[in-house]
Design a binder for this molecule. Structure first.
Ligand code: C2E
Ligand code: CA
Ligand code: CA
Length: 461
């Protein structure tokens, strides 16, 4: 029947149409998916995936080229101080300036990281184009009534000189880009930077396991009372032995602070020092011990409370203990710091201000912090034969004495320095002239048979 045929024709045409529409939809969907996987949604620029494939293609050729990375260091700050929209506008303005000056296509590697492939055999050309851009972008931007100063850093890596692998090239570009240097905003990739970063990474991993693996130990440096010539106490200094290598605290304390493990490490120092003081007490010696606290330890009450608990739990005289802090502590939270120090001093624990003279506001600190001992930094002692340094050291000594405190000179290495300090009325010295920091058994030998002068374990209050 014709009517039947017509119905069938319409039916199959509809099905055909439906399939065609579906097919087109799937095609455009996959196309969009593909685009999305190679495009950055915020800037609309090709992303790191696309950069990777483009580098792959370029590397098949023989031509040398440079990959330049640009990172807006204060992108977050711009977002927080203006708005996200303004932040994006600043980012797009950066892209526009990059395109104008470098005349190349720009990739979005990360939210606030851009990259440019500079197809020039002369690496100097890439360098000078980048420097021109950095000079240009330094001019403040005016966006929707906000004045914005962008801080942009650049990292440069070259093919084939530095790498012949696309992924590795992007990685190395980012290594150069994120290298902290004050010298220039442009950093060319250098194997030394990568090695340093790897070493730091390995050290961080090792440091996280150091407490558990019992890799820390304490050494003790005697503090000599200049009036009696006796050992007036010791300063506990931390040592870390990892895989047969001794790593100094100047290297790992900062890292421990950054990793957020300094509190646990200080607690270990506290535990060990108190336990050692108990052993000495049981042997009939009252040996005062000074401990170093990091500014991070004084940020919350945790570590100081732990110290108080350990001292109280030991039944030792709290006056045997002293905490040494640096003026870096003051930047953090002055009120909290003063409160914690009051808690310690009320108990009888002494407070020393370490490294005095090395920072900016040490004179202010001397007035604000309740201090028992001022430790004059080694740099002053090194120059003590010069008149101006002598005048300065003498004024610190006078200040301490007039405000009820005492002075420790650090890093005394010669008889000449010692004599000058003695004449000035300095109370204590520490330094290689008397003794280096010593492991426990050597310290005990030193206390029994001191090498220089007559120091011997004395009762000190
Ligand atoms: P610091 O507290 O100022 O300790 C004095 C540093 O000078 C020690 O270095 C000591 O070995 C060294 N020294 C002492 N006398 C002389 C001398 O006559 N000549 C020379 N050249 N050096 C001398 P060390 O042990 O390497 O410690 C470095 C810094 O690490 C310490 O400076 C302190 O700020 C920090 N530190 C050490 N142990 C700890 C700790 O348990 N906790 C914290 N937070 N920091 C620590
Ligand atoms: Ca110290
Ligand atoms: Ca010091």
């Amino acid at each position: 029947q014709p009517a039947g045929w017509i119905v069938r024709w319409v039916f199959f045409s509809l099905i055909g149409l439906l399939i065609a529409v579906l097919f087109k939809w799937i095609l455009s969907y996959t196309q969009k998916e593909k685009e999305l996987s190679t495009t950055n949604l915020i800037t609309g620029l090709p992303n790191a995936n696309k950069l990777n494939t483009d580098l792959e293609t370029l590397m098949r050729g023989e031509t040398a080229f440079s990959l330049l990375g640009f990172r807006i260091e204060n992108f977050e700050e711009v977002n927080q101080c203006t708005s996200y929209e303004i932040g994006v506008k600043a980012l797009l303005k950066t892209v526009e300036t990059l395109k104008r000056i470098l005349q190349c296509s720009v990739y979005s590697v990360n939210t606030h990281e851009l990259a440019v492939v500079f197809p020039d055999e002369d690496p100097q050309a890439a360098r000078s184009a980048a420097l021109q851009f950095l000079t240009e972008i330094k001019k403040p931007l005016s966006l929707d009534g906000f004045n914005i100063a962008l801080i942009i850093k650049c990292g440069l890596v070259q093919f084939p000189r530095h790498t012949q692998d696309p992924g590795d090239m992007i990685k190395k570009m980012r290594i150069a880009l994120t290298h902290e240097t004050t010298e220039s905003e442009l950093q060319v990739y250098d194997i030394a930077i990568a090695e340093e970063r790897k070493a730091r990474f390995d050290m961080a991993v090792a440091l996280l396991g150091a407490l558990k693996n019992r890799e820390f130990y304490l050494v003790y440096q005697p503090k000599i009372d200049l009036q009696s010539g006796r050992v007036a106490g010791v300063e506990a200094l931390l040592r870390w032995e990892h895989a047969g290598t001794l790593i100094g605290p100047a290297t790992f304390i900062c890292l421990a602070e950054e990793l957020g493990v300094i509190g646990d490490i200080t607690k270990w120092v506290v535990r060990s020092s108190v336990a050692q003081a108990v052993r000495w007490k049981n042997a009939g010696v009252d040996m005062p011990i000074a401990l170093n606290l990091s500014p991070k330890d004084l940020k919350d009450q945790n570590v100081v409370r732990y110290l108080i608990e350990c001292i109280e739990g030991s039944s030792l005289d709290p006056r045997l203990f002293e905490v040494e802090l640096t003026e870096r502590s003051l930047f953090e939270n002055e009120q909290m710091l003063l409160q914690l120090l009051k808690m310690l001093r009320d108990l009888g624990v002494k407070v020393a201000l370490d490294d005095v003279g090395t920072g900016y506001n040490s004179l202010v600190d001397l007035v604000i912090i309740p201090i028992d001992h001022i430790k004059i930094d080694k740099t002053f002692i090194d120059h003590i034969s010069s008149e101006n340094y002598r005048v300065l050291v003498k004024s610190v000594i006078d200040f301490a004495h007039n405000t009820g405190g005492q002075v420790v000179a650090e890093g005394v290495e010669t008889k000449e320095q010692l004599d000058i300090l003695k004449n000035m009325g300095c109370n204590y010295v520490q330094g290689y002239y008397y003794s280096k920091p010593l492991p426990l058994c050597e310290l005990e030998a030193y206390l029994a048979y001191p090498h220089a002068g007559p120091p011997s374990p004395g009762v000190y209050h």
